[in-house]
Each structure stands twice: as structure tokens, then as C-alpha cells.
Design a protein around this ligand. Structure first.
Ligand code: 3HC
Length: 335
């Protein structure tokens, strides 16, 4: 179902295929296509089609924005963690997300864009970040469920990216995926503690968090393949290795089994094992909600963006000081 939010996609997109202009360009294009077909990795210094580069800037920068904005919902609970141990774990996790953003912004910069341009695109609302981070974190159980479901979905989506045809992105993903597995495990362990040793109220808190985060987590994999304007080209370029729907299905199949160990139920009456498919059938995702949140109209979109703009404005003096220091150093070295 197309909505306004989708209308901006597909039409004269910046990364729409451009006609090849010269014989030399045609030769480059042919060599590039052969390398992609051979499963080779493309480095920043290699020739690449302009729309391949633009697609990577779009995806890598939005991935980086997701990491940085993703720090906000969890940061909300650092000062209210129930124990010193949980506070230390959550601090480490949020700090990891900042590092992931750094690796990914650096990978995006290898494509000729600048950090300032990337941030300008985020702050102006032009660039997206994962819709999942526009939902509020209402209780401590949300921290465990984000680790278990959100980081679990992120891993499912990010492991194939370790084989992305653009080498700097693939290399950034290897380290990120190692840290994501810690994120997912710490979330699951926190929930297992609450479900095994918690009070009835704490168990109810976990179930409430699962009920609120399950469907938005399924949306993290993107729209249905049939509604994805980027998937076909991205799969042809070896950027996307597995389709949105196939990754979503893998995530459902893995996570439902884990929910049994926790003793929680998924908020989906149509969820049932399909013996023939050897997979879970699940209910219809509310894509109207998805496109509303992607379009900027989710529960926390304005709050998240305002927090990022405020941090950017308040951090201007740090950037200026670092630039002044760097230029003084350059001057001294040149003298
Ligand atoms: N939230 C916001 N926008 C989304 C989205 C989501 N969950 N899913 C899709 N979209 C957007 C796409 O960006 C695209 O819009 P654009 O063309 O203007 O960029 C549009 O919806 C159509 O979607 P497509 O499937 O055609 O787009 P892609 O081929 O780019 O696939 C994707 C979407 C699977 C998210 C892909 O971009 C991707 O794999 N990105 C890298 C991984 C990533 O960004 N993960 C986000 C979570 S990071 C995270 O969770 C951090 C962890 O530490 C918690």
C-alpha cells in the first residue's frame, strides 16, 4: 500500500540508474559489473557507478544515524538502572552504539561525503534512521526487550552486511556484529532474570514490553519485498544479500523459540508453526503505522530529532576547539 512517505521513493531518485556517457565509462561499467558478478569486493579507490555510491551513502549514513539516535531511548534508563551491574552493562552498550555510529560515518565518508553533510541530512529530516527508535522506553523491562528483540533484529539484518560488496562497509560490520551479539545476549539475560526470579509485577512488566516492541521490531527489516523500491538493485549490487521478508522470517523463527525459554507470549494470535513450511506463520504487520513513523509521525520522532540537534548545537565549541588545535598543529609542522 503506497503512502505519501513512499511517494518520495522511486520518483527521480538521486540514485536512479544514469545512462552511461562515454566508451571509457562503458568499459568501467562492464568491469564493475563483472567484479560484482564474481563476488569481488569494491574498495573506496575503485571505480564505481555514481548510483552505487549514492545508494551506499544513503544506506550507510542512515545506518549510522540509527546507531546514534538509538542511544537516546536506552540512555533514558542509565540513571535509573536497578543495580550497579545493570547500569554498567547498559553504559557499555550505549557506548558501543556510539562507536558503531563512528565506524559507519567513517565508512560513509570514504564515499566522498562529509560528516557535516551527513548530520545536516539527519537534522533536516532528509535522512532516515530506523523507525524502531521512535518508540518510547516506558519501563526497565524495555531495556531487556530492546537488547533481545531490537539488537536481535539488528544482528539478523547486519550479519549478511559483513559480505556487502562495498569493502569498507563490510569491514565495519564485522566488528559491529561481534558487539551486537553481546547486546542481544545481555538483553535476553536481563529478561530471563526478571522472568525466573522476578515478582509477578516484574513478569507483567516484561510481557508488556514484549507486547509493545514485537511488531515495531519486525518493521526493522523494511517494507515487504514487493514494496521495496531499493531491494532489487541493492541485491543485484551485492549490497543487500538477503531480502527484507526472508530476514524477517528468519528473525521470527529464531525469536519465537527464544520466547518459550523466557516464558513470554508474542502479541500475535496468528502466530503458529507451519509444519509444511518449517517456519512460523505470523499476522499482518501494520504498514500504515510503519510509513507514518518513517514519515516522521511516530510517538518520539520530534523528541529524538530535537535531542540530536541540541547535542549538535551544544557540541559546536568542541568541534571548533578540535579544528583550532588541528590547524595550529598543521601550522607548527609547516613552519
Ligand atoms: N526505519 C526507517 N526507514 C526504513 C526502515 C526502517 N525500519 N526500513 C526501510 N526504511 C526506508 C528505507 O531507508 C527506504 O527509504 P529511502 O530509499 O528513502 O532510504 C524505504 O524505507 C524503502 O525501504 P527499502 O527496503 O527499499 O530500503 P533498503 O533497501 O535500504 O532496505 C534496510 C532497508 C533493510 C533497513 C537497509 O537500509 C539496511 O539493511 N540498512 C542497514 C542496517 C540498518 O540500518 N539497520 C537499522 C538498525 S541499526 C540498529 O538497530 C542499531 C542497533 O545497535 C540497535
Amino acid at each position: 500500500m503506497y503512502t505519501q512517505a513512499m511517494d518520495t521513493m522511486g520518483k527521480d531518485r538521486e540514485d536512479a540508474p544514469k545512462p552511461v556517457r562515454s566508451a571509457e565509462e562503458a568499459a568501467h561499467q562492464q568491469e564493475f559489473d563483472a567484479r560484482i558478478d564474481a563476488g569481488e569486493f569494491i574498495e573506496a579507490k575503485d571505480w564505481m557507478p555514481e548510483n552505487y555510491r549514492r545508494t551506499l551513502v544513503r544506506q550507510i549514513s542512515q545506518h549510522a544515524h540509527s546507531e546514534i539516535v538509538g542511544m537516546l531511548p536506552e540512555g533514558n534508563w542509565i540513571s535509573r538502572a536497578p543495580t550497579l551491574k545493570r547500569k554498567a552493562i547498559l553504559l557499555a552498550k550505549v557506548q558501543d552504539e556510539a562507536g558503531h555510529g563512528l565506524y559507519l560515518y567513517a565508512a560513509a565518508e570514504t564515499l566522498g561525503t562529509s560528516r557535516d553533510q551527513l548530520y545536516e541530512a539527519l537534522h533536516s529530516g532528509k535522512a532516515k534512521y530506523s523507525s524502531i527508535f521512535n518508540y518510547p522506553t516506558l519501563t526497565w523491562a524495555d531495556m531487556g526487550v530492546i537488547g533481545w528483540l531490537v539488537d536481535g533484529a539488528a544482528i539478523m539484518n547486519q550479519v549478511p552486511l559483513c559480505r556487502c560488496s562495498y569493502a569498507p562497509y563490510a569491514r565495519a560490520m564485522v566488528r559491529i556484529c561481534r558487539e551486537e551479539s553481546f547486546h542481544q545476549r545481555q538483553g535476553f539475560e536481563a529478561l530471563l532474570t526478571m522472568m525466573s526470579h522476578g515478582s509477578e509485577a516484574q513478569k507483567a512488566m516484561v510481557q508488556d514490553a514484549v507486547d509493545r516492541w514485537w511488531w515495531p521490531s519486525l518493521m526493522m527489516f523494511g517494507p515487504p519485498d514487493a514494496d521495496s523500491p531499493n531491494s532489487e538493485q541493492s541485491m543485484r549490487w551485492g549490497i543487500k544479500r538477503i531480502s527484507n521478508d526472508d530476514l524477517r522470517q528468519k528473525f521470527v523463527d529464531a525469536t519465537v523459540e527464544q520466547s518459550k525459554l523466557l516464558g513470554v507470549t508474542m502479541p500475535d494470535r496468528e502466530l503458529r508453526w507451519n509444519e509444511e513450511r518449517q517456519s512460523y506463520d505470523f499476522g499482518v504487520i501494520d504498514w500504515k503505522e510503519f510509513w507514518q513513523v518513517v514519515g516522521g509521525d511516530g510517538p518520539c520522532n520530534r523528541e529524538r530529532l530535537a535531542a540530536r540537534v541540541k547535542a549538535w548545537d551544544e557540541g559546536a565549541w568542541v568541534r571548533d576547539a578540535a579544528m583550532a588545535h588541528a590547524s595550529k598543529q598543521t601550522y607548527q609542522e609547516a613552519a
